[in-house]
Structure formats: C-alpha cells, structure tokens
Write a protein of this length. Structure first.
Length: 314
C-alpha cells in the first residue's frame, strides 16, 4: 500500500488508471476505508477515462491512528450537539479536508474532481469551499450541510450507529453485527447480496480495526457544525446525489445541501438508502461521467425537475 506524509500524518492511498487522465479524488465516510468504494465503481471510472485516487481518512484503514486522543463519549457529544454546546474534538472536518489537500500536494496534482460519500461528502464540501482553485467539480453523495433543524436518522439507524456492544465480540459476531447494520441502513429496493456484504466486512476487518477512531470521526462531524455559510461559497459545478430511502441521512439533507450550493444539481434516486449497492453502480457512473465532463443538463424549475428514478420532489 502506497503512503504519503501530509498534514503531519501518514495517509495510505491507492491510485487506479492513467495519471494523465483527469483526476478524481474519492473520499469515504465514517469509519470506512478506501476499499469501501465498490471496485466496480472504481473500474468504471477508469474505463470512462479518469485517474482515480482513493485514500484512508485519518483514524481509518492504514492511515495514521490518533491514539494520543482518548475515545470520546458519544452520548455526551450527541447531547451537547442537541443543546448547541461547544464540542472538544481531536480534530474537525477542516483537518480532514486539509489531509486531502496534503495528499494531492504529495502526488503533485493541481486540480481534481472531488467525490465524497456520507462523511466523505462533508469533507468534499469543505475542500471545494476552501480550495476553489484546486477543485474541478464537487459530487456530494448521501451527505448533509450540517444545518441545525434538518431531520436526523431514524431511531433504529441512530441506535445502530451510537450503541456499541457492552462486551467484546468475537469476529463472527462483529461480522454478523456489521451485516445487520448494513441491512438496516442500506437500500431497501436494491439489497446487496449477503455474500457480498460478508466478504466486504471481512476484508475491512482483516485490513484494519479502530473503533476509537470511528468515535473521534463522529465527534469531528458534530464539532464541525453547520457548513451552510461555506457551501454558499462553492462555485465549482456541483452534483448532489441522495437516496430517497436513506434512513441515516434523510433525503431532506441532500436537498438542503443542493439548495445551499449555487447552481448545484440534485439527483434523488428512489429506493436507494445509505449505501452504494451493486445494482446502482452503472446509474451512478453515468451520472458521474455526465457531471465530470460538464454535460449535465441545467437544473429545471422545481415543478418539472428530472430526478434519477421517477417521482417528484418532496
């Protein structure tokens, strides 16, 4: 695995495709690793003529673990967020956007199409807002603006995220729990086959386990607060993709993100939850290719807005 020293940490990364092609930086979500991007999606982007860069966020995968910071108390952090109290975090999403910039500097890449999923979408938003000269385009997938008052996860999804086991689990139990969580937050209309889920979770466990890092990343999200003022500063072409059936980050969060970014286009996919299921990879690749090549049709007035899938705006 290739590594780069950037922003004071070691960042593990992987590149795919031809370095002379337009670069696409993929940023993954909470506790996920660079291998969490579906390989078919990476291969598809390469086939479309892009140079794909994936990396492990700090505290995940094979990048630096910030064990010098103790594991935060998630329930207390959540209560503080509800009350609007200041959080003490080991780092924020700003630091994680700086990591991405540092990696690009280390690789000698001047400008990039930045694509983020979930927490990765939040980091991508920060990157596009703060580093406009380095951003060719922004794609924010199943993410949020962080604005107070937006709907939160369903109770079941929140519990799955917040409640860790009270005792150490065996590897088998960890895998089964991971499958149950992905079933809960995944796409109801496009269920990932269990053998694929199991293989992905086992591969991630074999590569790296860092529960404390997931907690620190979660607090980084909460501590970063409302990004709306920053989003208004984004002028890169922006595509917001969101699942209509997302139980973790409701579709209203995607709509709010698109509304805050000047000229952003919103694509809502019916039946999609909080995952990137194999059945949707071709559709996602088609959307990305249109967007990255600047061929996405301009957004129509709300009454007749086209969405991926069918239906009307909520």
């Amino acid at each position: 695995m290739a590594t780069a020293q950037a922003n004071g940490i070691t960042i593990a990364y992987e590149t795919s495709g031809n370095p002379v092609d337009p670069p696409v930086l993929l940023i993954m979500g909470l506790g996920m690793q660079l291998i969490s991007w579906p390989q078919d999606m990476v291969d598809g982007l390469v086939e479309q003529g892009y140079y794909v860069i994936r990396f492990d966020n700090r505290d995940a995968g094979l990048s630096s673990k910030l064990h010098q910071h103790k594991k935060p108390h998630l329930l207390w952090a959540y209560l503080k967020s509800l009350l609007g109290l200041k959080q003490s975090a080991a780092y924020t999403l700003n630091d994680m956007a700086d990591d991405a910039l540092g990696l690009l500097d280390a690789l000698g890449i001047a400008r990039v199409h930045v694509v983020g999923a979930s927490m990765g979408g939040m980091i991508a938003q920060m990157f596009a807002a703060r580093f406009a000269a380095r951003t060719l385009s922004l794609t924010s997938i199943m993410s949020s603006s962080g604005r107070r008052g937006l709907p939160g996860p369903t109770p079941a999804a929140r519990n799955a995220l917040m409640r860790g086991p009270a005792y150490p689990l065996s590897r088998t139990e960890v895998v089964e729990r991971g499958i149950a969580v992905m079933r809960l937050i995944g796409s109801p209309s496009f269920p990932t086959p269990e053998r694929m889920l199991r293989a992905a979770i086992e591969r991630s466990l074999d590569r790296s386990i860092n529960p404390d890092g997931i907690a620190r990343q979660m607090v980084a999200i909460v501590a970063s607060g409302d990004r709306t003022p920053l989003l208004r500063k984004i002028h890169a072409p922006t595509l917001v993709i969101h699942g209509a059936a997302d139980p973790l980050v409701p579709v209203a969060c995607g709509a709010d993100t698109a509304k805050a970014i000047p000229g952003a286009r919103l694509e809502v996919i019916e039946g999609m939850g909080h995952d990137l299921p194999p059945q949707l990879i071709e559709r996602l690749l088609a959307l990305l290719d249109q967007h990255l090549r600047g061929k996405m049709a301009p957004e129509l007035p709300p009454r007749s807005t086209h969405r991926a899938g069918s239906g009307t705006h909520h």
